[in-house]
Each structure stands twice: as C-alpha cells, then as structure tokens.
Unconditional design. Structure first.
Length: 284
C-alpha cells in the first residue's frame, strides 16, 4: 500500500511540475502507477480505485479495469467498448443498452447495427468493392445495392462516344425497311438489348441512355426526311390542283362560248324561218 501511495504521490508531483513549465518529466523512460516495472510511457497497473484504474472527472472518458470496459460520452449517453476476439461498441441511452452497434472481428471486418452516419469528407473505399444490404458484390462491380435506391441527382460519366455522330453528313441512316425486317426477326430494335439480355445481365443505365439518345436522333432524321417528302408531295398536289382549276375554268369558258354561239345560231335560224314564212305568204 505504501508503494502504491508513493507511486501516486510521484505521479501527482510530475503533474504539478508539468503544469508549471513546458518540460516533460521524466525526459525519457516510462512512468508507472501501481507498478515498479512500467513497460509503456504511462503504465497503470490493474488496481481498483472506486471501480476504475483511470478516470477523467470532468466528464468524458472512463477506463474500468474490473470489467475491461472503456466508456466514452456524458453520463446520459455512453459508448461501451469490450475487447477480445471481437471488439464491440455498445450504446447506452441512459436507460438501456443497445449491444453490438459496431463490431470489429479478429479478421479486421467491420459490422454495423443500425444507421451509419458519415460526416466530414464522406465515406470512400481505397480498394475493393462496397455492398449495401448484401455481402455479394458481382465481379466487375464496385458497388452493389440489394434494394431500392433514391437520389435527387445522378450523373453517369460517359465512357464511350456520345451519338452526336448521327447528325454528321457521312452517317448512313438505316432504311426503315431494313429496320422492319430486323424487328420482325428479332422482336426488338437494333442495338437495343433484348428482354432476355436484360433479365440475364441487368440494365446499364449509362449505355441505355446513350442508345436511346441515338434512336431519338435517328427518329429526328427520319421525321425531317418525311417532312421533306410531305412538303414535296404537297407542292405537287397544289400544282395539280391549280392545273385542274385552270382546266375547269377553260372548260367553263369554252362551254359559255359554245352556248353563246348556239344561241346566236338559233336566233339566226328563227329569223330565217320568219323570213321564209313571210315569203311563202306573199307568193300565195
């Protein structure tokens, strides 16, 4: 007991000296409390002092030797850490403990029970893959999510040429008859994955957006071409309509002229008939 008291007195004296100047004591070697053979810079032996072998009374860290537990936090909310083959962090909310909230096994794997909130610069992995709600990340992928995902914005970095080449003058737009033949044989658009492919390999959103953009651009070119054809047909129809109207007007004028001529001829005939009747009467 005297040895323990002497060691504690020595530690208090060291703290007092350290508080008065910026030098450390001792300059080298180890300091022991409860032991004459310290093996670390500060070696606290497994002694009991109110249940703790080290305690900061201001409030946030308690090292309890009797249960080999280390608690961090305020009196109302504590983290309990136990060591062994598994290192577990348990949470105390003031009335009940939630066990195994954070677990490290002896292989260095991390397990989390509950939500994981990451502040600061975020969460990243230097190598390997990351799975959410799954431990099976398919080969070739770095992130696997077993369940639904929601986001306010997602950007897919394109790794291939964006299909603006469709609008270049040297692009050969497929014939619609060729596309119809392909659809009749394969039951899906050219270049677009089939239902069986999607069921087997899943849907690549970045690649599909690129393919759909290409199809929209091709459809735009088809519509432009059809619009040209429609305008040309309308021009022909308008020209024919004008010719028909001219012919109708010409025919109408000819008919009117013919009617006028027939009318004049009839009048002449009527006059001749009258003259003939008068001549006959005069002969009688």
């Amino acid at each position: 007991m005297k040895k323990i008291f002497f060691t504690l007195s020595l530690a208090i004296a060291c703290c007092a000296v350290s508080a008065q100047n910026t030098n450390t004591f001792p300059g080298s070697g180890n300091v022991g409390i409860g032991t004459t053979l310290p093996t670390a810079g500060l070696d606290i032996a497994n002694i009991s002092n109110g249940g703790y072998n080290f305690r900061v009374t201001g409030g946030y860290t308690n090292f309890n030797s009797t249960t080999t537990r280390y608690t961090y936090g305020t009196s109302g909310h504590l983290w309990d850490v136990t060591y062994g083959d598994f290192t577990t962090f348990n949470y105390y909310n003031g009335s009940t403990w939630s066990t195994n909230r954070l677990v490290f096994d002896n292989a260095g794997n991390l397990g989390i029970a509950g939500n994981l909130n990451v502040n600061g610069t975020g969460l990243s992995t230097i190598a390997g893959s990351f799975g959410i709600n799954t431990t099976n990340v398919p080969v070739g992928y770095t992130l696997a999510v077993n369940g639904s995902a929601i986001a306010t914005s997602i950007t897919v970095q394109s790794y291939g040429s964006w299909p603006d080449y469709v609008f270049k003058s040297d692009y050969q737009l497929p014939l619609l008859t060729t596309i119809k033949t392909y659809i009749d044989q394969n039951h899906h658009l050219p270049e677009i994955p089939s239902a069986d492919q999607i069921a087997k390999d899943g849907l690549n959103l970045g690649e599909m957006d690129k393919l759909l953009t290409k199809k929209v651009e091709e459809l735009t070119l088809y519509l432009i071409e059809k619009d040209k054809q429609l305008n040309y047909i309308n021009q022909i129809i308008n020209k024919q309509q004008i010719e028909i109207e001219v012919q109708q007007n010409t025919s109408r004028l000819a008919q009117e002229q013919s009617n006028d001529l027939l009318k004049a001829q009839q009048e002449q005939i009527d006059q001749l008939k009258k003259q003939l009747e008068s001549l006959i009467k005069s002969k009688q």
